[in-house]
Design a binder for this molecule. Structure first.
Ligand SMILES: [Zn+2]
Ligand SMILES: [Zn+2]
Length: 436
């Protein structure tokens, strides 16, 4: 394009008074949990599996075929994305006695290679999950083998030397896209109550201070910041689990809330279920949407007689504004595990399109706020969310089994991210239900 023509277009934009929307796309993938023993010792399986499906089983973590097939399915749908957010938990739910540092690294390396092969030239912004460390969950606040090795493995994607150094200190870093959007990868496993090395610390590896500095600098130069991390803050429902230590949950939420105007979205994994939340600003207006992507692994949590619902393997394609980082929409793809195993061939389909499902024009904080309000008052819309939560694996069973308390918990989890506030929200709604 000639210089004159370019200037002409800019002039036209200015004359019309419209900002040109530059729409891009990226994948958000998470929680692959590859189990190399799926065809042998089945170390991740949580229950008896008489016949193993070639793509996996709801009681087990992913065989390699499933991981590889998910990467191929992504490339089939859209290979030329701007980047890929990869929010960790590459290693299966296998007891520490059967794992070691090199095995964990090998698993991360295998998925890294698969992504590089299918997406040449596409940067992948990866973050380690609690299962990627050895021993699981115990992320230290100083240099260690797995930080160093993972930083080196992802050197091409992270790029900048200073950021490689940050990763080696604690698994966090920031990069700036060619369009000027800042992406921050955080290690929130430090705040996860299962990390016993951070129990008595106030700011593990200085990550909070670093994040505040990054956000302040971004404010000063007019950048928008997309945050990505493995463990999400807030309360996961069903189950009412707060993953973070109480004080870290509050500290994290307070810090990002202060910079809500420059944070268009936060992207997490770890829950395995599909989740949507909204952090409100101090004055109660919409602040930051939180997108929790469902996992690739279909593995069901089980402890004694308690277990989570089954869910299908999933990958998510996000449409976003390349300059502001605002999410415009996402398309949730999934594999019907039962069908694929029966057919001996994988079938990846669209589970839903977020803007259509929630009837909003985009996924800005204001639109997510409208979606959340709709779900809170319209049983039909909340039913959809509950089906999406298990990636359509449990049909209507989950919806039918969700009583008034269960519904109140879903509704309160959208905007109440601290234990006490969440509980009083549920109590309030239940009283309303009883009186009404
Ligand atoms: Zn996980
Ligand atoms: Zn996790």
């Amino acid at each position: 394009m000639s210089c004159h023509r370019l200037l002409g277009l800019v002039a036209l934009d200015l004359a019309l008074g419209v900002a040109t929307l530059e729409q891009g796309q990226f994948w958000h993938i998470t929680d692959h949990h590859f189990d190399p023993t799926y065809w042998s010792e089945m170390r991740s399986c949580n229950d008896k599996v008489p016949v193993r499906g070639i793509y996996g089983d709801y009681w087990c973590d992913s065989p390699w075929r499933l991981v590889n097939d998910s990467v191929a399915a992504m490339a089939n749908v859209k290979r030329d994305v701007d980047f890929i957010l990869w929010t960790g938990d590459n290693v299966a739910h296998i007891k520490n006695q059967f794992l070691n540092q090199s095995l964990n690294l090998e698993i991360t390396e295998k998925i890294t290679d698969a992504l590089k092969a299918e997406f040449p030239g596409v940067p992948v912004y990866g973050i380690m999950g609690n299962h990627d460390w050895f021993p699981a969950n115990q992320f230290p606040v100083q240099q260690a083998f797995l930080y160093n090795a993972t930083a080196e493995l992802w050197r091409d994607w992270i790029g900048d030397n200073q950021q490689i150094e940050n990763f080696k200190k604690g698994g966090f870093y920031t990069i700036r896209t060619t369009k000027g959007l800042r992406i921050v990868g955080l290690n929130t496993v430090f705040y996860y109550a299962a990390d016993k090395l951070t129990t008595n610390l106030t700011d593990p590896a200085g990550q909070f201070a670093w994040l505040e500095e990054v956000l302040q600098n971004a404010t000063n130069v007019g950048e928008k910041v997309m945050l990505t991390a493995h463990v999400p803050p807030g309360i996961k429902v069903p189950g009412k689990v707060q993953w973070f230590y109480e004080r870290f949950n509050t500290k994290f939420l307070d810090l990002v809330q202060k910079y809500a105007d420059i944070i268009p979205g936060m992207y997490f994994g770890h829950d395995h279920a599909d989740g949507l939340k909204l952090l409100l600003k101090k004055d109660g207006t919409p602040g930051i949407p939180m997108f929790i992507a469902p996992s690739v692994t279909p593995w069901r949590y089980k402890s004694g007689t308690e277990s989570d619902d089954p869910h299908n393997p999933a990958v998510r394609l996000v449409k976003y504004d390349q300059k502001t980082g605002e999410a415009l929409d996402f398309i949730q793809y999934y594999m019907n595990l039962t069908e694929s195993n029966e057919a001996n061939a994988s079938s990846w389909k669209v589970a839903y399109d977020a803007s259509k499902a929630y009837q909003v024009k985009d996924l800005s904080a204001a639109s997510v706020s409208m979606a959340v309000k709709q779900m809170s008052k319209d049983k039909y819309v909340l039913d959809k969310y509950i089906r999406f939560n298990t990636v359509l694996a449990n049909g209507n069973t989950t919806v039918n089994e969700c009583d008034a308390t269960c519904r109140a918990e879903y509704i309160c989890s959208f905007t109440h991210h601290e234990g006490e506030k969440f509980n009083s929200c549920v109590t309030g709604l239940m009283k309303g239900v009883l009186i009404g």
